[in-house]
Design a protein around this ligand. Structure first.
Ligand code: MF3
Ligand code: CO
Ligand code: CO
Length: 284
């Protein structure tokens, strides 16, 4: 958005004075504080919330229809149809050249799995479906794991502990805490369970654009990195590996990320709003 539009937003719905003051004070103490334009205003939050409602309905729907033998292209078709029927647009399609509506990542695929007719879900697979929904220009981004049929104990545990990582990350995402606080709790918990955390990809600011500042690392140290200011909207989306943390990118499609050691990986994602008293999940 250009400067004039930002100015109009500022005039209509200014950032509350107490928050602006605290941001200034933190900046004067050399803390990392986000640019004012990323602090969402009530109208914007309402829009992102509406995108979140469609996104949540979509993932609930996927949960009802996903099954053994289904192709990942069928999931893509369902995401496309459901989103349009509910007044939304799939953000992934054509995003930096991405060719499909959704990312579907199976087992050792970490993220950005590209749907295809020939790619079928099998009994025992663990599958991440990652949907980003635009409604009236506002973005909501979330993903869940689905377990197909009879899943091994090791895979089930990975899926559940990764969900726990997301929950712990969200608990740490308190007003005036830092992005490093989120990464620190996730890293500590994942490693305590013998897992590793992917470092190359992370969460992100979201809402007016697909990927905004800040980058939300899922590893880190307490009290470091950007301050979490009420009005920030961001995703937390830990990618947790059973084996080593290293990843590789598919040399043919230049999108899909795999674990380097070929072992399984899981991911869960929510979009959250930092509030003055805690946070609110916008993709519930
Ligand atoms: N939804 C992903 C995220 O969580 C991004 C996917 S980008 C795409 O940030 F182009 F692959 F869709
Ligand atoms: Co995301
Ligand atoms: Co996503």
């Amino acid at each position: 958005m250009d400067k004039k539009i930002w100015q109009e937003i500022d005039e209509k719905e200014p950032i509350p004075e107490n928050i602006l003051q605290r941001m200034e004070e933190l900046r004067s103490h050399k803390a990392e504080v986000i640019e004012d334009k990323y602090i969402k205003r009530p109208t914007q939050i309402e829009g992102i919330r509406r995108a979140g409602v469609v996104n949540t309905g979509l993932l609930d729907h996927i949960g009802e229809v996903i099954h053994d033998g289904m192709s990942t292209q069928e999931i893509d078709d369902i995401v496309d149809a459901y989103t349009k029927e509910h007044g939304g647009i799939c953000a992934c399609l054509n995003f930096e050249g991405y060719p499909k509506n959704v990312c579907v990542s199976i087992n050792e695929e970490v993220c950005h799995g590209i749907p295809a007719r020939h790619r079928k879900l099998h009994d025992g697979d663990i599958v991440n479906v990652d949907c980003t929904t635009i409604v009236d220009g506002y973005y909501a981004d979330a993903s869940r794991m689905f377990m197909i049929g009879h899943v091994s104990e090791a895979r089930r545990r990975l899926v559940e502990e990764t969900k726990k990582c997301l929950e712990l990350g969200m608990e740490a995402a308190q007003p005036w805490a830092t992005v490093g606080d989120i990464g620190a709790v996730i890293q500590k918990y994942a490693q305590s369970k013998g897992y590793s955390v992917v470092r190359e990809l992370g969460g992100h600011g979201v809402g007016i654009e697909f990927h905004e500042d800040p980058f939300v690392s899922h590893v880190g140290r307490k009290n470091t990195g950007m301050v979490l200011v009420p009005g920030m909207v961001l995703t937390i989306e830990p990618m947790i590996n059973i084996g080593k943390p290293g990843v590789v990118i598919d040399p043919y499609n230049d999108w899909t990320i795999y674990t380097e050691d070929g072992k399984d990986s899981a991911q869960w994602e929510h979009t959250i709003l930092i509030t003055e008293t805690g946070n609110e999940i916008l993709t519930h």
